[in-house]
Design a protein around this ligand. Structure first.
Ligand code: HSE
Length: 343
């Protein structure tokens, strides 16, 4: 058996807590999968006072300065201080695993140039789409991506379809640990736009600036509209979509009217889905839990096991190749395709 793989955890919120629990409760199975034990050396949290944790709580700077660390797992979210800590760790030769979609969408290519960066959990949580795009489909040509990439809004739209008010639907998503700390990231579609930017970079191998992706959130979707869509044989879904034909990138995120019989219409609650059209592999559809502590922790753990096994960080390596390129011009897909806009 190889020596333990020593890991520092930055953040002990919903996802960090689920990961820490899993590392303790599932230690034997994780050791078998990783070929060695994974040892949690310490955890950094903003306010350690009175908190209980399965490893010593330390200030981030102190934890990162510890010798012999193999990897850090960043599940704090937000651009700073996550960016600073990740750069420090990569420059120090450590592997980095992050669930931070905002940071990867904005700065992933530069960060990935510094060292092995893994971010499976940043898009669609438990759906293994990031390494699949970079590695399994790396040599294919992806023409289009379409998906439901935000569990909070998908769950809210479903609840509103069953009569809940917008406010109650949002409160329920927050209670279940689905929503971002600032839920405007969900309802105003910054979160799915960041995820779409990551998928589009991996699929089309072009640098994408997430702020160039047109976004319409669900803030103005009224329960009456959800009901009217239902009477018309449709459901309203927040669809993130992109095409990369002929070197032109078209992408947007907006509520669309999806016919009730379409696979995307049947993606319920906090589930996500990603449909890809690949020239050689054909049409692929991935569906699974897209938000929630255990689903996100499952993807973080997958990356951690890959790191402990010395598997390549394929998605990070791909992003690193885009660091010198200027961002692609991104035009909106517009209100007609892939489905008619809901408003
Ligand atoms: N707030 C996000 C969502 C969490 O609802 O999809 C998972 O990225």
């Amino acid at each position: 058996m190889r020596a333990p793989y020593r890991v520092a955890l930055l953040g002990l919120g919903n996802v960090g807590g689920a990961l820490a629990r899993r590392l303790v409760e599932d230690a034997d199975r994780i050791t078998t999968a990783a070929g060695r034990p994974i040892a949690l050396e310490g955890i950094a949290v903003a306010h350690p006072e009175g908190r209980r944790a399965p490893a010593p709580l330390l200030p981030a700077a102190k934890l990162l300065a510890r010798p012999h660390l193999d990897a850090i797992v960043e599940v704090m979210g937000g651009l700073e201080p996550a960016h600073t800590y990740i750069s420090m760790a990569l420059r120090a030769g450590r592997q980095v695993i992050t669930a931070n979609k905002q940071l990867i969408a904005a700065d992933g290519p530069e960060l990935a140039r510094l060292g092995p960066l893994r971010f499976e959990a940043s898009v669609a949580s438990a759906i293994p789409i990031v390494e699949t795009l970079a590695e399994t489909l790396g040599a294919d040509r992806i023409g289009s991506i379409m998906g439901i990439l935000n569990g909070t809004t998908n769950s809210m739209l479903a609840a509103m379809g069953e009569g809940a008010s917008y406010a109650d639907a949002l409160a329920d998503a927050q209670r279940r640990g689905l929503a971002e700390a600032d839920p405007s990231a969900d309802v105003d579609a910054h979160d799915p736009a960041a995820k779409l930017a990551i998928l589009a970079m991996l699929a089309f191998k072009r640098r994408i600036d997430p702020s160039q992706i047109e976004r319409v959130g669900i803030r103005n979707v009224e329960p009456a509209q959800v009901e009217a869509a239902r009477r018309g044989g449709c459901v309203i879904k927040l669809i993130a979509a992109a095409t990369g034909d002929d070197g032109t990138i078209a992408a947007d995120v907006r509520p669309r009217l999806v016919p009730a019989e379409a696979p995307m219409a049947r993606v319920h609650g906090a589930m996500n889905a990603v449909a890809l059209d690949a020239e050689y592999a054909g049409s692929l559809l991935f569906e699974g839990p897209g938000a929630g502590p255990d689903a996100a922790a499952s993807a973080v753990l997958a990356d951690l096991i890959r790191a402990a096994n010395d598997a390549p960080a394929s998605a990070g390596s791909l992003l690193a190749t885009l660091a010198d390129g200027s961002p692609a011009i991104v035009v909106p897909l517009g209100p007609e395709k892939p489905y008619r806009a809901a408003s």
